[in-house]
Design a protein around this ligand. Structure first.
Ligand code: NAD
Length: 405
């Protein structure tokens, strides 16, 4: 099992080999400012009390309040949360937004809880942590398995405890309850803007064949957006399997199909394949949009894509990255590719504090130039330092964080 935090620190090691940073600054970045573990007792529907383990890691706030999602997953543990918090610090700096890096989570399989149990668990996470949260201190958001409804319960609990009515302590809330228009598709859309900005520099054709792993919030939105822009999505997957059609899947119909059938398997005119087969398909762009550590030293040499666009966090291990880069396949790194999500979260926070409501068009018009600027700044940094886009992104982010510290 790969330890995601060790992976993150291996990435940092690689950067300091290429660019000289003050060693004291780097030493500070090797640990979060604080990591907090909590126990959350929840009254279950049968009257018993069950205790869950939860986390909040506040990694670095040089650029602004800690910002980062909350993950509900049975495998979530402190090293994963620390890695994700570190990447958030890098990501906010890359996107050029005034936010620091944080992340939270609960070790839980949310599919095993009733709605009431899930709500009590979510409110419990907030009540344990309300002292450290706040619009100018620490601003959580959704991540894997946490929804706008959960953010609404959390914002409500925070308001009850503190009296703060701005709703700016949580982002990713439902529209109409303090949420921003455009937050749902923001990560997929931001990823598309980054891809579009770099497409010609990556020598990709105008119309690309795209393969997407993961068909949740990020993956399904990305699939829809790529298809809307005339690219051909030839395969997608979810945890229960993958589907493939070399002529292109009809993504609108697939989204409807998944809503009805709760699975993408057996989608008409497509062929069921395995997730491993999906990662090895020949295509222009491979988009991991599910989980970390999906491309490892065991399967990296099978990749046949021209470019990898990392919409998931940490999908490529450091060993896999070496193999993939040696095959001359560029990786557009997570800290850039999926930064559209946190950028629109920042827009939501900004609107809450100003009492404004922007339209989806306004949100997207603000997002596109930020993604383009970040993509081009990183491309330039990577070229100047004769290195990968990931190292280029880290150099840019570390320079911005260091100058504030
Ligand atoms: P989600 O829970 O909505 O979707 C996850 C998807 O991955 C589901 O379709 C699930 O079936 C699929 N999946 C799970 N295990 C899989 C496996 N072994 N093989 C293939 N597919 C598998 O989560 P999400 O919000 O879409 O997040 C996906 C990734 O994007 C995560 O790494 C998350 O940290 C990252 N991310 C999300 C956001 C956001 O705004 N939601 C922002 C930045 C980064």
């Amino acid at each position: 099992m790969h330890n995601p935090f060790e992976n993150a620190m291996t990435q940092l090691d690689k950067v300091v080999k290429i660019k000289n940073f003050n060693p004291e600054f780097i030493a500070r970045l090797r640990q979060p400012n604080r990591d907090i573990r909590i126990s959350i007792p929840v009254k279950m529907d049968d009257g018993s009390i069950k205790v869950f383990e939860g986390y909040r890691v506040e990694y670095n706030n040089a650029l602004g309040p800690y910002k980062g999602g909350i993950r509900y997953h049975q495998d979530t543990e402190i090293n994963e949360v620390k890695a994700l918090a570190f990447w958030m610090a890098i990501k906010c700096a890359v996107a050029g937004i005034p936010m620091g890096g944080g992340k939270g989570g609960i070790t839980v399989d949310p599919t095993k809880l009733s709605k009431g149990e899930l709500e009590r668990l979510s409110r419990g996470w907030v009540s344990r942590l309300s002292d450290i949260l706040g619009p100018h201190k620490d601003v959580p958001a959704p991540d894997v398995n946490t929804t706008p409804e959960i953010m609404d319960w959390m914002a409500d609990e925070y308001e009850k405890i503190t009296g703060d009515k701005t709703r700016a302590t949580f982002t990713g809330k439902p529209v109409g309850k303090g949420g921003s228009e455009g937050r749902g598709p923001a990560t997929g859309l931001g990823g598309f803007y980054v891809f579009d900005s770099l497409r010609a520099q990556m020598n990709l054709p105008e119309k690309c064949k795209v393969v997407i792993q993961g068909f949740g919030n990020v993956g399904s939105n990305a699939a829809e957006i790529f298809a809307q822009h005339g690219h051909t999505v030839i395969a997608v997957s979810e945890s229960k399997g993958a589907i493939y059609d070399e002529n292109g899947l009809d993504i609108k119909k697939l989204i409807e199909y998944k809503k009805e059938n709760k699975t993408i398997n057996d989608f008409p005119n497509s062929r069921n394949i395995t997730n491993e087969e999906l990662l090895a398909l020949k295509c222009d762009v491979l988009v991991p949009a599910a989980f970390e550590n999906v491309l490892t030293d065991k399967n990296a040499d099978k990749v046949q894509a021209s470019v990898i666009l990392e919409l998931a966090n940490g999908p490529v291990t450091p060993e896999a990255e070496e193999i993939i880069l040696k095959k001359n396949i560029p990786i557009i790194p997570d800290v850039l590719a999926n930064s559209g999500g946190v950028t629109v979260s920042y827009f939501e926070w900004d609107q809450n504090l100003k009492g404004e409501n922007w339209t989806e068009k306004e949100v997207n018009e603000k997002l596109q130039p930020l993604m383009h600027q970040a993509a081009q700044a990183i491309y330039k940094k990577a070229k100047e330092n004769n290195t990968s886009l990931r190292v280029g992104a880290f150099i840019l982010a570390l320079e911005r964080i260091e100058s504030k510290m």
